[in-house]
Design a protein around this ligand. Sequence first.
Ligand code: FES
Length: 327
Amino acid sequence: MTLRPSGLVFIARADEDLLSAAARSGIAVPSACRNGVCELCEATLLVGPALNTRSQQTVSETGRLVLCRTLALGPLELEIGSVMAAGENTARKFQANVVDVRPISHDVFRVELQLPRRRELSFHAGQYLSIILPDTDPCYFSVASSPLEQNLELHIQASPDWVSAQKVIDAIKSGSSITLDMPHGGACLAAAPVKPLVMVAAGTGFAQMKSMVDYLQTTDYRQPVKLFWGVRRHEDMYLRSLAQQWHEQWPPFTFLPVVGDNEDNDWSGHHDQLVRAVLATGQDWSHVQVMASGSPVMVYTLMDALLAAGLPEDAFFSDVLEYAPRK
Ligand code: FES
């Protein structure tokens, strides 16, 4: 299959819809319903034979189709904008409407945004965005929802002493529209990985993992997925019930919560504790992929420990490596 004007190419199996086939090749296509309803994955057939799986009719050349409801009956050329290959991030600005903002813990807000130009946005699970406010440096947040969802979900920690995040929450609460710049970040899943996954998140680093777990549950990925989620205090584990639900309902998934010292709120050893908990599993580190999200201290402590334990260097992924490179 060849996509125009991008020139991206992928292989589709005879029994596989074109949206799934593109995703398997790491090509992000705007999509949500995967059922022919939202029309986000609409394209024009330029050349080749294709079948609409809903009507069971062939699609005429120059006809419109939706990738999620189309099978290829031979090589195709399709015209579709806003597709993105793995590692090919071209961030752009979007206006987003605030659909919902509400606290989900003592200092974390869940924010839901809707993009009028959603058809122009593709991104990979685990990527992040920045929120642009006047007279303020951009603030970066992981997208907590899967790219296959229509709206964007964010988890924003905004304690009163964290001025920039508090400004973002104030702007979101008071305005009906905000400016985003996205997508960013190479520590993401363009397609289901070939190895088992170990995810390690501290605090709201959980948001990035949620995007990837939501995405993986829509693929045929069946390798083990372990999520270690470290927090300082029990009340900081703001979506524990969701992670527990994945554990109970998605067979490949194991949830491993790591909670710090509840008696000492200023205790700073919780990063070491999280890293120790990850190492204590006695995992064979030579054949897994690790995704990590948290502070640079936590991420580099974890990376050093895992590389020493046998993890190949190219199997460790974290946005920290990009935005806070070690000198
Ligand atoms: S029509 Fe909604 S994802 Fe294809």
